[in-house]
Unconditional design. Structure first.
Length: 242
C-alpha cells in the first residue's frame, strides 16, 4: 500500500497568499531577519538556557502575546535566567516557586523538575551541546538541522520533536525544521492534508519527519522557507484569536 501525495497549484496559491497577507506582521518580519540572516552570532550559555526555558514553558499551554507564559518570559530581569539558576542550592524548589507566583502557568511541578534535570545535565556535560548547536551557524542543510534537532531531543527532559525544533528556531539557527504545533496542524487540516494529524501522533519521530518533509516540499514549490511559513501561520491565528 502506498500513499501518494500531490501538491497542486491551489495549495501553492494558498501558501503564497498567506505569506503576502502576513508579511508585514512584526513576528514574520522578525523571523525573516533572524532566521534568514547571512550571519549569526555564536550561541552562548545564557542565550541557550533562555530558549530552553521558553520551550519547557510553552509545552501544552497557550503562548500568544497576551498569555501568562509570554508575560512571564518577558520579565526583565528574569527570575529563571542562567545567572539566577546558578545561584540556587535547591533549583527545583526555586523554579517551582517562581512559576507558581507568576500565576496562570500550568504544569509548574513538571516544568520545575525538567529545569533541574536539564540544568544538571548541562553542568555535568560541560555544556557540550553548544558545540553541536553552533555548528549550525551559516549552514543551509535541512538534514543537518534535523540531526541536531534529534540530538537536542535525546539530551533534554521535556523536549520532544516539536520543542527541539522550537528551540533551534528561536535561536535563529534553522530555516527548514520547524515546530509542528496546534496552529500548524489546524492550518494543514484546512489545507486538506491527506492524512489525519494530531499532537499525539507527532510525538513519533518518524511520523514527525514525514510531515516535516511534506511541509518542506510545499514550501519549495511556493518558493519560501518553512520557518517563514511557520511565522505566517502563527501570526495569522494570533490575529484571529486562535
Amino acid at each position: 500500500m502506498k500513499l501518494t501525495l500531490e501538491i497542486d497549484n491551489l495549495d501553492i496559491d494558498k501558501v503564497q497568499k498567506l505569506i503576502i497577507n502576513q508579511t508585514s506582521h512584526k513576528f514574520v518580519q522578525h523571523r525573516i531577519k533572524k532566521n534568514l540572516a547571512t550571519k549569526c552570532s555564536i550561541i552562548k550559555k545564557d542565550h541557550f538556557w533562555k530558549s530552553l526555558i521558553m520551550c519547557l514553558l510553552t509545552t501544552q499551554q497557550r503562548s500568544g502575546e497576551d498569555s501568562s507564559v509570554t508575560k512571564f518570559l518577558n520579565l526583565d530581569p528574569h527570575p529563571l535566567s542562567l545567572k539566577n539558576c546558578l545561584a540556587q542550592k535547591e533549583l527545583n524548589e526555586y523554579a517551582f516557586y517562581q512559576l507558581t507566583i507568576a500565576k496562570g502557568i500550568r504544569r509548574t511541578k513538571n516544568i520545575a523538575n525538567e529545569i533541574e534535570i536539564n540544568f544538571n545535565h548541562l553542568q555535568k556535560s560541560n555544556w557540550e551541546i553548544l558545540d553541536e548547536i553552533n555548528s549550525l551557524i551559516n549552514k543551509d542543510d535541512r538534514f543537518f538541522e534535523r540531526q541536531i534537532a534529534n540530538n537536542v531531543q535525546e539530551n533534554f527532559k521535556g523536549i520532544g520533536p516539536k520543542q527541539s525544533r522550537n528551540l533551534l528556531q528561536d535561536l535563529g539557527l534553522t530555516k527548514y525544521e520547524t515546530p509542528i504545533d496546534s496552529r500548524i496542524i489546524r492550518w494543514l487540516n484546512e489545507l486538506r492534508f491527506p492524512i489525519p494529524l494530531s499532537a499525539t501522533a507527532l510525538q513519533d519521530k518518524a511520523y514527525y519527519n514525514y510531515v516535516s518533509d511534506i511541509i518542506f516540499e510545499l514550501c519549495e514549490k511556493a518558493e519560501i522557507k518553512p520557518c517563514v511559513l511557520d511565522a505566517a501561520i502563527f501570526s495569522f491565528y494570533e490575529k484571529n484569536n486562535y
